[in-house]
Design a protein around this ligand. Structure first.
Ligand code: ITT
Length: 200
């Protein structure tokens, strides 16, 4: 089976590759293989809207293929759920991961946030070759550290301490994430559905 993945995020792609590497019959492709491809802007109001926008954009040019994409983000309780769907661009349209992390820590300091609980959410969309839309979700709960620690992963991993842990995701590494992350949970649900018997 060939699976096209609608992402331009190298960190996400690396996690998909690790999680799927034992499936010898699965060949992964990304949107970067399509010259000139550019997804529609993610201007939805929910993770589901934005997952649909990016995945549909790729399905439009790979209409007969399996196409998967996901929208994910971090919700911090003490910030009323921010940065949420704005996670990738929290510090501005072209913000780097470290700029987003710095803004998050600054906002929590300015607002004297005492409740540092947070969660990552993922909404994944799969379009089957015959045009069905499947939706899968995943969540990972945790807390936001007071400072960034660790070099592994991407995004907010250096400040996210999963529930039951004392280290950040950027210290725990990709092996931890492919077992327990919001994204890996959604992906597992997709694989389970595939195993139940999917359209060819
Ligand atoms: P694509 O849309 O091309 O997939 P993106 O980075 O723009 O890439 P999203 O719109 O889904 O992806 O934004 C997700 C952002 O949420 C991501 O850039 C990180 O800042 C954050 N995020 C999501 N999952 C994360 C994770 O596992 N670890 C750390 N940060 C994460």
């Amino acid at each position: 089976m060939e699976l096209w993945i609608a992402t331009g995020n190298a960190g996400k792609m690396k996690e998909f590759e690790i999680q799927l590497r034992e499936l010898a019959d699965l060949k992964l492709h990304t949107q970067s293989e399509i010259a000139g491809f550019s997804p529609r802007p993610e201007d939805g109001k929910t993770f589901l809207d934005n997952a649909r926008i990016k995945t549909k954009s790729l399905k439009a040019v790979r209409s007969k293929d399996w196409v998967m994409g996901e929208d994910s983000g971090l919700e911090v309780t003490g910030l009323g759920g921010l940065p949420g769907i704005h996670s990738a661009r929290y510090a501005g349209p072209k913000a780097s991961d470290s700029e987003n992390v710095a803004k998050l820590l600054k906002m929590m300091q300015i607002r004297a946030v005492s409740d540092r609980s947070a969660r990552f959410l993922c909404t994944m969309i799969v379009y089957t070759p015959d045009g069905q839309e499947w939706i899968f979700t995943g969540e990972m709960k945790g807390t936001i550290a007071k400072a960034a620690t660790g070099q592994l992963g991407f995004g907010y991993d250096p400040v996210f301490i999963p529930e039951g842990e004392t280290k950040t995701l950027a210290e725990l590494g990709p092996g931890y994430k492919v077992r327990l992350s919001h994204r890996s949970k959604a992906l597992k649900a997709f694989l389970e559905k595939l195993n139940e018997g999917a359209p060819a």
